[in-house]
Design a protein around this ligand. Structure first.
Ligand code: NAP
Length: 491
Protein backbone atom coordinates (compact mmCIF):
# COMPACT_ATOMS: atom_id res chain seq x y z
CA UNK A 1 0.00 0.00 0.00
CA UNK A 2 1.36 3.44 -0.89
CA UNK A 3 2.30 5.58 2.07
CA UNK A 4 0.35 8.78 2.54
CA UNK A 5 1.49 12.21 3.70
CA UNK A 6 -0.93 14.03 5.99
CA UNK A 7 -0.62 17.62 7.20
CA UNK A 8 -1.93 19.17 10.39
CA UNK A 9 -1.11 21.80 12.97
CA UNK A 10 -1.09 19.54 16.02
CA UNK A 11 -0.36 15.81 16.00
CA UNK A 12 -1.25 13.96 19.17
CA UNK A 13 0.09 10.47 19.82
CA UNK A 14 -2.24 8.32 21.89
CA UNK A 15 -5.90 8.51 22.89
CA UNK A 16 -5.79 7.87 26.60
CA UNK A 17 -6.55 10.53 29.21
CA UNK A 18 -3.65 12.68 27.91
CA UNK A 19 -4.41 12.56 24.20
CA UNK A 20 -8.15 12.94 24.60
CA UNK A 21 -7.68 15.70 27.19
CA UNK A 22 -5.71 17.94 24.85
CA UNK A 23 -7.99 17.07 21.92
CA UNK A 24 -11.01 18.20 23.93
CA UNK A 25 -9.32 21.47 24.80
CA UNK A 26 -8.36 22.06 21.17
CA UNK A 27 -11.95 21.34 20.13
CA UNK A 28 -13.26 23.71 22.82
CA UNK A 29 -11.13 26.40 21.19
CA UNK A 30 -12.89 25.72 17.93
CA UNK A 31 -9.89 24.05 16.28
CA UNK A 32 -10.13 21.19 13.83
CA UNK A 33 -6.55 21.14 12.56
CA UNK A 34 -5.36 18.31 14.78
CA UNK A 35 -4.94 14.55 14.32
CA UNK A 36 -4.71 11.87 16.98
CA UNK A 37 -2.73 8.74 16.17
CA UNK A 38 -3.85 5.59 17.94
CA UNK A 39 -2.01 2.29 17.61
CA UNK A 40 -5.13 0.28 18.48
CA UNK A 41 -8.62 0.31 17.02
CA UNK A 42 -10.30 2.05 19.91
CA UNK A 43 -9.50 4.94 22.25
CA UNK A 44 -8.81 4.64 25.96
CA UNK A 45 -5.11 3.91 26.54
CA UNK A 46 -4.62 2.12 29.84
CA UNK A 47 -8.37 1.81 30.28
CA UNK A 48 -8.78 0.01 26.97
CA UNK A 49 -5.76 -2.24 27.34
CA UNK A 50 -6.17 -3.42 30.91
CA UNK A 51 -9.24 -5.62 31.03
CA UNK A 52 -8.10 -8.12 33.63
CA UNK A 53 -10.76 -9.26 36.12
CA UNK A 54 -11.18 -6.71 38.90
CA UNK A 55 -9.32 -3.94 37.06
CA UNK A 56 -10.15 -0.65 38.73
CA UNK A 57 -8.59 2.66 39.56
CA UNK A 58 -7.02 3.17 42.96
CA UNK A 59 -7.72 6.91 42.87
CA UNK A 60 -11.34 7.96 43.58
CA UNK A 61 -13.24 8.55 40.35
CA UNK A 62 -14.41 12.06 41.15
CA UNK A 63 -10.73 12.99 41.23
CA UNK A 64 -9.53 10.60 38.53
CA UNK A 65 -11.50 12.41 35.83
CA UNK A 66 -11.22 15.76 34.09
CA UNK A 67 -12.22 18.79 36.17
CA UNK A 68 -13.56 20.26 32.93
CA UNK A 69 -15.63 17.13 32.20
CA UNK A 70 -17.09 16.02 35.51
CA UNK A 71 -19.23 12.93 35.77
CA UNK A 72 -21.77 13.29 38.58
CA UNK A 73 -22.89 9.72 37.93
CA UNK A 74 -19.82 7.72 39.04
CA UNK A 75 -21.39 4.67 40.61
CA UNK A 76 -18.56 3.79 42.97
CA UNK A 77 -15.98 5.68 44.94
CA UNK A 78 -13.24 3.78 43.06
CA UNK A 79 -14.65 2.85 39.68
CA UNK A 80 -13.91 -0.21 37.64
CA UNK A 81 -12.16 -0.24 34.26
CA UNK A 82 -15.41 -0.51 32.27
CA UNK A 83 -16.92 2.61 33.80
CA UNK A 84 -13.75 4.65 33.25
CA UNK A 85 -13.45 3.37 29.69
CA UNK A 86 -17.07 4.38 29.02
CA UNK A 87 -16.41 7.81 30.50
CA UNK A 88 -13.67 8.28 27.88
CA UNK A 89 -15.87 6.90 25.07
CA UNK A 90 -18.57 9.38 26.10
CA UNK A 91 -16.12 12.26 25.78
CA UNK A 92 -15.09 11.15 22.31
CA UNK A 93 -18.74 11.26 21.21
CA UNK A 94 -19.51 14.51 23.00
CA UNK A 95 -16.64 16.32 21.25
CA UNK A 96 -17.01 14.41 17.99
CA UNK A 97 -13.36 13.40 18.09
CA UNK A 98 -13.55 10.23 16.00
CA UNK A 99 -13.11 12.02 12.65
CA UNK A 100 -9.79 13.37 14.01
CA UNK A 101 -8.48 9.98 15.12
CA UNK A 102 -6.38 7.80 12.85
CA UNK A 103 -6.72 4.28 14.28
CA UNK A 104 -4.29 1.42 13.75
CA UNK A 105 -1.37 3.83 13.42
CA UNK A 106 1.59 2.95 15.60
CA UNK A 107 4.00 5.86 15.78
CA UNK A 108 7.63 4.88 15.37
CA UNK A 109 9.35 8.27 15.43
CA UNK A 110 10.04 11.35 13.44
CA UNK A 111 12.37 14.23 12.75
CA UNK A 112 12.31 17.98 13.05
CA UNK A 113 12.93 19.80 9.80
CA UNK A 114 14.51 23.09 10.87
CA UNK A 115 14.17 24.73 7.43
CA UNK A 116 10.52 23.97 7.21
CA UNK A 117 9.99 24.31 10.99
CA UNK A 118 7.85 21.21 10.97
CA UNK A 119 7.88 17.72 12.46
CA UNK A 120 7.71 14.73 10.13
CA UNK A 121 6.26 11.86 12.13
CA UNK A 122 6.21 8.31 10.80
CA UNK A 123 4.00 5.39 11.63
CA UNK A 124 4.53 1.67 11.22
CA UNK A 125 2.20 1.69 8.21
CA UNK A 126 4.64 3.97 6.37
CA UNK A 127 2.42 7.05 6.58
CA UNK A 128 3.98 10.40 7.34
CA UNK A 129 2.42 13.27 9.25
CA UNK A 130 3.82 16.76 8.75
CA UNK A 131 2.91 18.93 11.69
CA UNK A 132 3.90 22.11 13.48
CA UNK A 133 3.40 20.62 16.93
CA UNK A 134 3.70 17.05 18.19
CA UNK A 135 2.22 16.03 21.53
CA UNK A 136 3.06 12.68 23.08
CA UNK A 137 0.25 11.23 25.13
CA UNK A 138 1.69 7.73 25.29
CA UNK A 139 2.01 7.60 29.06
CA UNK A 140 4.47 5.40 30.89
CA UNK A 141 2.58 2.18 31.51
CA UNK A 142 1.85 0.65 28.12
CA UNK A 143 4.71 -1.69 27.18
CA UNK A 144 4.26 -4.96 29.12
CA UNK A 145 7.36 -6.18 30.91
CA UNK A 146 8.04 -9.90 30.63
CA UNK A 147 10.78 -10.99 33.01
CA UNK A 148 13.84 -12.57 31.51
CA UNK A 149 13.43 -15.95 33.25
CA UNK A 150 15.35 -19.02 32.04
CA UNK A 151 13.12 -21.29 29.97
CA UNK A 152 10.27 -18.78 29.70
CA UNK A 153 9.74 -19.55 26.02
CA UNK A 154 9.65 -23.30 26.57
CA UNK A 155 6.44 -23.20 28.58
CA UNK A 156 3.73 -25.16 26.79
CA UNK A 157 0.67 -24.00 28.74
CA UNK A 158 -1.16 -20.70 28.43
CA UNK A 159 0.88 -17.60 29.27
CA UNK A 160 -0.15 -13.97 29.12
CA UNK A 161 0.48 -10.58 30.71
CA UNK A 162 -2.08 -8.91 32.97
CA UNK A 163 -2.35 -6.04 30.46
CA UNK A 164 -3.02 -8.50 27.62
CA UNK A 165 -5.53 -10.70 29.40
CA UNK A 166 -6.55 -13.74 27.38
CA UNK A 167 -10.32 -13.77 27.86
CA UNK A 168 -10.60 -16.82 25.61
CA UNK A 169 -8.60 -18.91 28.04
CA UNK A 170 -10.85 -20.64 30.54
CA UNK A 171 -9.20 -20.56 33.96
CA UNK A 172 -11.74 -22.93 35.48
CA UNK A 173 -10.13 -25.82 37.34
CA UNK A 174 -6.65 -24.87 36.13
CA UNK A 175 -3.43 -24.71 38.11
CA UNK A 176 -2.39 -21.10 37.68
CA UNK A 177 0.85 -19.33 38.53
CA UNK A 178 0.84 -15.56 39.00
CA UNK A 179 4.23 -13.89 38.80
CA UNK A 180 4.30 -10.48 40.50
CA UNK A 181 2.34 -8.97 43.36
CA UNK A 182 1.89 -5.33 42.38
CA UNK A 183 -1.16 -3.15 41.79
CA UNK A 184 -2.52 -5.33 38.96
CA UNK A 185 -2.02 -8.72 40.65
CA UNK A 186 -3.74 -7.74 43.87
CA UNK A 187 -6.80 -6.72 41.89
CA UNK A 188 -7.21 -9.88 39.81
CA UNK A 189 -6.00 -12.56 42.28
CA UNK A 190 -9.20 -12.43 44.39
CA UNK A 191 -11.31 -12.39 41.22
CA UNK A 192 -9.88 -15.57 39.71
CA UNK A 193 -9.52 -17.51 42.95
CA UNK A 194 -13.06 -18.89 42.73
CA UNK A 195 -12.42 -20.38 39.29
CA UNK A 196 -8.98 -21.88 39.48
CA UNK A 197 -8.04 -25.22 41.01
CA UNK A 198 -4.77 -23.94 42.42
CA UNK A 199 -3.09 -20.55 42.64
CA UNK A 200 0.68 -20.26 42.95
CA UNK A 201 1.71 -16.68 43.62
CA UNK A 202 5.37 -15.91 43.00
CA UNK A 203 6.19 -12.89 45.13
CA UNK A 204 9.54 -11.15 44.88
CA UNK A 205 8.79 -8.22 47.18
CA UNK A 206 5.71 -7.87 49.37
CA UNK A 207 3.63 -4.72 49.02
CA UNK A 208 2.13 -2.56 51.75
CA UNK A 209 -1.63 -3.09 51.45
CA UNK A 210 -4.14 -0.81 53.13
CA UNK A 211 -7.90 -1.47 53.35
CA UNK A 212 -9.83 -0.16 50.33
CA UNK A 213 -13.39 -0.01 51.65
CA UNK A 214 -14.87 0.80 48.25
CA UNK A 215 -18.56 1.68 48.27
CA UNK A 216 -21.40 2.47 45.89
CA UNK A 217 -22.14 6.17 45.70
CA UNK A 218 -25.81 6.36 46.72
CA UNK A 219 -28.31 7.35 44.03
CA UNK A 220 -29.30 10.37 46.15
CA UNK A 221 -25.72 11.65 46.19
CA UNK A 222 -25.42 11.12 42.43
CA UNK A 223 -28.62 13.10 41.89
CA UNK A 224 -27.30 15.85 44.16
CA UNK A 225 -23.98 15.98 42.27
CA UNK A 226 -25.92 16.26 39.00
CA UNK A 227 -28.23 19.00 40.18
CA UNK A 228 -25.90 20.98 42.41
CA UNK A 229 -22.49 21.29 40.74
CA UNK A 230 -21.14 23.07 43.80
CA UNK A 231 -21.78 19.94 45.91
CA UNK A 232 -19.85 17.82 43.40
CA UNK A 233 -17.01 20.33 43.27
CA UNK A 234 -16.80 20.40 47.06
CA UNK A 235 -16.70 16.60 47.16
CA UNK A 236 -13.93 16.51 44.56
CA UNK A 237 -12.01 19.20 46.45
CA UNK A 238 -12.32 17.24 49.69
CA UNK A 239 -10.99 14.07 48.02
CA UNK A 240 -8.16 16.08 46.43
CA UNK A 241 -7.04 17.65 49.71
CA UNK A 242 -7.22 14.35 51.59
CA UNK A 243 -4.78 12.91 49.04
CA UNK A 244 -2.63 16.02 48.97
CA UNK A 245 -2.37 16.08 52.77
CA UNK A 246 0.08 13.16 52.83
CA UNK A 247 2.58 14.73 50.45
CA UNK A 248 5.06 15.85 53.09
CA UNK A 249 5.31 12.30 54.36
CA UNK A 250 6.60 11.15 50.98
CA UNK A 251 8.93 14.13 50.65
CA UNK A 252 11.35 14.04 53.53
CA UNK A 253 9.08 13.72 56.57
CA UNK A 254 8.49 9.95 56.81
CA UNK A 255 7.04 10.28 60.32
CA UNK A 256 3.96 11.81 58.72
CA UNK A 257 3.12 8.69 56.70
CA UNK A 258 4.00 6.26 59.49
CA UNK A 259 0.30 6.18 60.52
CA UNK A 260 -0.51 4.78 57.05
CA UNK A 261 2.14 2.11 57.60
CA UNK A 262 0.51 1.32 60.96
CA UNK A 263 -2.85 0.89 59.23
CA UNK A 264 -1.25 -1.42 56.65
CA UNK A 265 0.39 -3.47 59.45
CA UNK A 266 -2.93 -3.69 61.24
CA UNK A 267 -4.59 -4.78 58.00
CA UNK A 268 -2.01 -7.53 57.57
CA UNK A 269 -2.23 -8.69 61.18
CA UNK A 270 -6.00 -8.86 61.20
CA UNK A 271 -6.22 -10.58 57.81
CA UNK A 272 -3.41 -13.13 57.99
CA UNK A 273 -3.24 -15.36 61.02
CA UNK A 274 -0.56 -17.82 59.93
CA UNK A 275 2.74 -16.41 61.29
CA UNK A 276 4.81 -17.82 58.44
CA UNK A 277 2.54 -16.26 55.81
CA UNK A 278 2.50 -12.98 57.75
CA UNK A 279 6.29 -12.93 57.76
CA UNK A 280 6.37 -13.47 54.00
CA UNK A 281 3.92 -10.63 53.46
CA UNK A 282 5.59 -8.08 55.72
CA UNK A 283 7.56 -5.52 53.70
CA UNK A 284 11.04 -4.61 54.91
CA UNK A 285 10.92 -1.11 53.41
CA UNK A 286 9.09 2.07 54.38
CA UNK A 287 5.59 2.59 53.13
CA UNK A 288 5.46 4.85 50.06
CA UNK A 289 8.81 3.65 48.68
CA UNK A 290 6.78 1.55 46.24
CA UNK A 291 3.21 2.29 45.28
CA UNK A 292 0.85 1.77 48.24
CA UNK A 293 -1.84 -0.75 47.36
CA UNK A 294 -5.42 -0.84 48.59
CA UNK A 295 -7.52 -3.99 48.78
CA UNK A 296 -10.01 -5.71 51.05
CA UNK A 297 -9.95 -9.08 49.32
CA UNK A 298 -6.29 -9.70 48.44
CA UNK A 299 -5.16 -10.95 51.87
CA UNK A 300 -8.29 -13.10 52.32
CA UNK A 301 -7.51 -14.68 48.92
CA UNK A 302 -4.06 -15.62 50.20
CA UNK A 303 -5.64 -17.40 53.16
CA UNK A 304 -7.42 -19.80 50.81
CA UNK A 305 -6.21 -23.42 50.89
CA UNK A 306 -5.96 -23.15 47.10
CA UNK A 307 -3.28 -20.45 47.34
CA UNK A 308 0.46 -20.75 47.88
CA UNK A 309 2.72 -17.72 48.21
CA UNK A 310 6.15 -18.65 46.94
CA UNK A 311 8.96 -16.34 47.94
CA UNK A 312 12.00 -18.41 46.99
CA UNK A 313 12.24 -16.80 43.55
CA UNK A 314 12.09 -18.52 40.18
CA UNK A 315 15.03 -20.59 38.98
CA UNK A 316 13.55 -21.82 35.73
CA UNK A 317 10.40 -22.23 33.73
CA UNK A 318 9.86 -25.71 32.27
CA UNK A 319 7.38 -26.78 29.57
CA UNK A 320 4.88 -27.85 32.24
CA UNK A 321 5.78 -25.90 35.33
CA UNK A 322 8.01 -23.63 37.37
CA UNK A 323 11.08 -24.49 39.43
CA UNK A 324 11.44 -22.19 42.41
CA UNK A 325 14.75 -20.93 43.74
CA UNK A 326 14.80 -23.68 46.40
CA UNK A 327 14.50 -26.36 43.67
CA UNK A 328 10.81 -27.17 44.24
CA UNK A 329 9.05 -27.93 40.98
CA UNK A 330 5.36 -27.12 40.65
CA UNK A 331 3.29 -28.04 37.64
CA UNK A 332 1.01 -25.37 36.19
CA UNK A 333 -1.44 -25.06 33.32
CA UNK A 334 -1.14 -21.30 32.95
CA UNK A 335 1.21 -18.47 33.89
CA UNK A 336 -0.05 -14.93 34.31
CA UNK A 337 2.66 -12.30 34.22
CA UNK A 338 1.68 -9.43 36.51
CA UNK A 339 5.16 -8.06 36.14
CA UNK A 340 4.43 -4.44 35.26
CA UNK A 341 5.66 -2.33 32.39
CA UNK A 342 8.73 -0.90 30.75
CA UNK A 343 8.57 2.49 32.39
CA UNK A 344 11.74 4.58 32.17
CA UNK A 345 12.81 2.83 28.96
CA UNK A 346 9.22 2.95 27.63
CA UNK A 347 9.65 6.60 26.64
CA UNK A 348 12.31 5.49 24.18
CA UNK A 349 9.77 3.55 22.12
CA UNK A 350 9.28 6.61 19.92
CA UNK A 351 12.45 7.99 18.44
CA UNK A 352 12.46 11.73 17.83
CA UNK A 353 15.31 13.32 15.89
CA UNK A 354 15.64 16.97 16.82
CA UNK A 355 17.86 19.93 15.94
CA UNK A 356 21.18 18.94 14.30
CA UNK A 357 20.18 15.29 14.05
CA UNK A 358 20.05 14.71 17.81
CA UNK A 359 18.39 11.43 18.79
CA UNK A 360 16.17 11.63 21.82
CA UNK A 361 16.10 7.89 22.55
CA UNK A 362 19.91 7.74 22.39
CA UNK A 363 20.37 10.82 24.57
CA UNK A 364 17.96 9.51 27.16
CA UNK A 365 19.49 6.04 27.16
CA UNK A 366 22.92 7.58 27.74
CA UNK A 367 22.25 10.53 30.07
CA UNK A 368 18.97 9.47 31.64
CA UNK A 369 15.64 11.08 30.90
CA UNK A 370 15.83 14.85 31.16
CA UNK A 371 13.03 17.28 30.37
CA UNK A 372 11.79 20.64 31.51
CA UNK A 373 8.74 20.22 33.78
CA UNK A 374 8.26 16.75 32.28
CA UNK A 375 6.92 18.46 29.15
CA UNK A 376 9.60 19.91 26.84
CA UNK A 377 13.12 18.83 25.88
CA UNK A 378 16.05 21.05 24.83
CA UNK A 379 16.90 20.41 21.18
CA UNK A 380 13.38 19.27 20.26
CA UNK A 381 11.24 22.30 19.33
CA UNK A 382 7.44 22.18 19.42
CA UNK A 383 7.46 18.66 20.92
CA UNK A 384 5.54 18.13 24.13
CA UNK A 385 5.14 15.25 26.54
CA UNK A 386 1.99 14.78 28.59
CA UNK A 387 2.58 12.77 31.75
CA UNK A 388 6.23 12.84 30.78
CA UNK A 389 9.19 11.90 32.96
CA UNK A 390 9.06 12.83 36.64
CA UNK A 391 5.42 13.80 36.60
CA UNK A 392 4.00 10.53 37.95
CA UNK A 393 2.50 10.54 41.44
CA UNK A 394 2.33 8.22 44.38
CA UNK A 395 -0.16 10.28 46.36
CA UNK A 396 -2.68 11.95 44.10
CA UNK A 397 -4.41 11.85 40.70
CA UNK A 398 -2.28 12.03 37.57
CA UNK A 399 -5.25 13.52 35.74
CA UNK A 400 -4.54 16.70 37.71
CA UNK A 401 -0.99 16.67 36.32
CA UNK A 402 -2.23 16.06 32.77
CA UNK A 403 -4.58 19.04 33.03
CA UNK A 404 -1.77 21.29 34.23
CA UNK A 405 0.37 20.15 31.30
CA UNK A 406 -2.38 20.67 28.75
CA UNK A 407 -2.88 24.25 29.95
CA UNK A 408 0.86 24.88 29.73
CA UNK A 409 1.23 23.40 26.22
CA UNK A 410 -1.73 25.33 24.84
CA UNK A 411 -0.43 28.56 26.34
CA UNK A 412 2.93 28.02 24.68
CA UNK A 413 1.27 27.26 21.33
CA UNK A 414 -0.77 30.46 21.69
CA UNK A 415 2.36 32.46 22.48
CA UNK A 416 4.09 31.10 19.36
CA UNK A 417 1.08 32.21 17.31
CA UNK A 418 0.87 35.59 19.04
CA UNK A 419 4.49 36.32 18.19
CA UNK A 420 4.09 35.10 14.63
CA UNK A 421 6.85 32.60 15.45
CA UNK A 422 7.09 29.07 14.05
CA UNK A 423 8.55 27.27 17.01
CA UNK A 424 9.77 27.40 20.58
CA UNK A 425 12.45 25.26 22.15
CA UNK A 426 13.31 25.12 25.81
CA UNK A 427 16.73 26.47 26.80
CA UNK A 428 19.19 23.82 28.06
CA UNK A 429 19.83 25.97 31.16
CA UNK A 430 16.13 25.85 32.14
CA UNK A 431 16.06 22.10 31.67
CA UNK A 432 19.27 21.63 33.63
CA UNK A 433 18.05 23.79 36.49
CA UNK A 434 14.75 21.90 36.63
CA UNK A 435 16.45 18.50 36.74
CA UNK A 436 19.00 19.48 39.36
CA UNK A 437 16.22 20.81 41.54
CA UNK A 438 13.95 17.76 41.28
CA UNK A 439 16.81 15.30 41.77
CA UNK A 440 17.85 17.27 44.87
CA UNK A 441 14.30 17.03 46.21
CA UNK A 442 13.89 13.38 45.18
CA UNK A 443 17.00 12.49 47.17
CA UNK A 444 15.11 13.49 50.33
CA UNK A 445 12.04 11.43 49.44
CA UNK A 446 10.90 8.03 50.56
CA UNK A 447 11.50 6.57 47.05
CA UNK A 448 15.26 7.01 47.59
CA UNK A 449 15.45 6.50 51.33
CA UNK A 450 12.74 3.95 51.96
CA UNK A 451 14.94 0.90 51.44
CA UNK A 452 13.37 -0.50 48.27
CA UNK A 453 14.02 -0.88 44.56
CA UNK A 454 11.08 0.18 42.43
CA UNK A 455 10.10 0.83 38.84
CA UNK A 456 10.28 4.53 39.67
CA UNK A 457 14.07 4.23 39.24
CA UNK A 458 15.92 3.83 35.95
CA UNK A 459 18.72 1.31 35.36
CA UNK A 460 21.19 3.71 37.04
CA UNK A 461 19.00 3.99 40.12
CA UNK A 462 17.87 7.55 39.32
CA UNK A 463 14.22 8.37 39.88
CA UNK A 464 12.84 9.43 36.50
CA UNK A 465 9.22 8.79 37.26
CA UNK A 466 7.94 10.60 40.30
CA UNK A 467 7.16 14.28 40.79
CA UNK A 468 8.75 15.18 44.12
CA UNK A 469 6.40 17.46 45.93
CA UNK A 470 2.86 18.59 45.99
CA UNK A 471 0.62 18.79 42.97
CA UNK A 472 -0.02 22.39 44.03
CA UNK A 473 3.66 23.07 43.46
CA UNK A 474 3.41 21.51 40.00
CA UNK A 475 0.29 23.52 39.24
CA UNK A 476 2.17 26.67 40.25
CA UNK A 477 5.21 25.73 38.13
CA UNK A 478 3.05 25.16 35.04
CA UNK A 479 0.37 27.80 35.68
CA UNK A 480 1.96 30.15 33.18
CA UNK A 481 4.84 29.61 30.80
CA UNK A 482 8.04 31.37 31.82
CA UNK A 483 8.81 32.81 28.40
CA UNK A 484 12.46 33.33 29.37
CA UNK A 485 12.82 29.54 29.42
CA UNK A 486 12.27 29.35 25.64
CA UNK A 487 13.93 30.43 22.42
CA UNK A 488 11.46 31.32 19.66
CA UNK A 489 12.20 30.92 15.95
CA UNK A 490 10.57 33.25 13.43
CA UNK A 491 7.81 31.96 11.23
P1 NAP B 1 4.11 -3.35 39.16
O1 NAP B 1 3.48 -2.53 40.21
O2 NAP B 1 5.35 -2.86 38.50
O3 NAP B 1 4.33 -4.79 39.78
C1 NAP B 1 5.09 -5.74 39.11
C2 NAP B 1 5.25 -6.92 40.01
O4 NAP B 1 6.00 -7.89 39.30
C3 NAP B 1 6.03 -6.60 41.27
O5 NAP B 1 5.52 -7.37 42.31
C4 NAP B 1 7.45 -7.03 40.89
O6 NAP B 1 8.24 -7.38 42.00
C5 NAP B 1 7.14 -8.25 40.07
N1 NAP B 1 8.22 -8.60 39.18
C6 NAP B 1 8.74 -7.85 38.18
N2 NAP B 1 9.75 -8.52 37.58
C7 NAP B 1 9.85 -9.70 38.22
C8 NAP B 1 10.71 -10.82 38.07
N3 NAP B 1 11.67 -10.83 37.16
N4 NAP B 1 10.54 -11.87 38.90
C9 NAP B 1 9.58 -11.84 39.84
N5 NAP B 1 8.74 -10.82 40.04
C10 NAP B 1 8.88 -9.76 39.23
O7 NAP B 1 3.10 -3.66 37.95
P2 NAP B 1 1.53 -3.60 37.94
O8 NAP B 1 0.97 -4.33 39.10
O9 NAP B 1 1.06 -3.95 36.59
O10 NAP B 1 1.27 -2.07 38.18
C11 NAP B 1 2.02 -1.10 37.47
C12 NAP B 1 1.51 0.25 37.79
O11 NAP B 1 0.29 0.41 37.08
C13 NAP B 1 1.15 0.51 39.22
O12 NAP B 1 2.19 0.82 40.05
C14 NAP B 1 0.18 1.64 39.07
O13 NAP B 1 0.84 2.86 38.90
C15 NAP B 1 -0.53 1.24 37.82
N6 NAP B 1 -1.73 0.50 38.16
C16 NAP B 1 -2.69 1.23 38.70
C17 NAP B 1 -3.82 0.61 39.07
C18 NAP B 1 -4.84 1.47 39.64
O14 NAP B 1 -5.64 0.99 40.38
N7 NAP B 1 -4.85 2.77 39.32
C19 NAP B 1 -4.00 -0.74 38.92
C20 NAP B 1 -3.01 -1.47 38.35
C21 NAP B 1 -1.86 -0.83 37.95
P3 NAP B 1 9.19 -6.29 42.72
O15 NAP B 1 8.26 -5.47 43.56
O16 NAP B 1 10.15 -7.09 43.47
O17 NAP B 1 9.83 -5.49 41.62
Amino acid sequence: MASVVHRCRVLVIGTGFSGLGIAIQLRKRGRDDFILLEKAHEVGGTWRENTYPGCACDVPSHLYSFSFEPNPGWTQMWSGQKEIFHYLLGLVDKYDLRPNIDFGQKTTGGYWDGEEQRWHIRTESGDEFVTQFVVSGIGALHIPNFPDLPGRDTFEGAAFHSAQWDHDYDLRDKRVAVIGTGASAIQFVPEILGEVAELQIYQRTPAWVTPRMNFDIPAGARRLFGRVPLARRMFRAAVYWIHESVVLGFNGHPRLIRPIEDVAKWNLDKSITDPDMRRKLTPSYSIGCKRILGSDDYYPALNSPKTQVITEGIAEIRPDGIIAGDGTEREVDAIIYATGFHVTDGFESIDFTGIDGRHLAGEWAEDGIQTHLGITVAGYPNAFFLLGPNTGLGHNSVVFMIESQIRYVLELMDEIDRRGAASAVVRPSAQHEFNSEIQRRLARGVWSNGGCVSWYLDSSGVNRTIWPGSTVRYWRATRSVDLGDFEFSPG
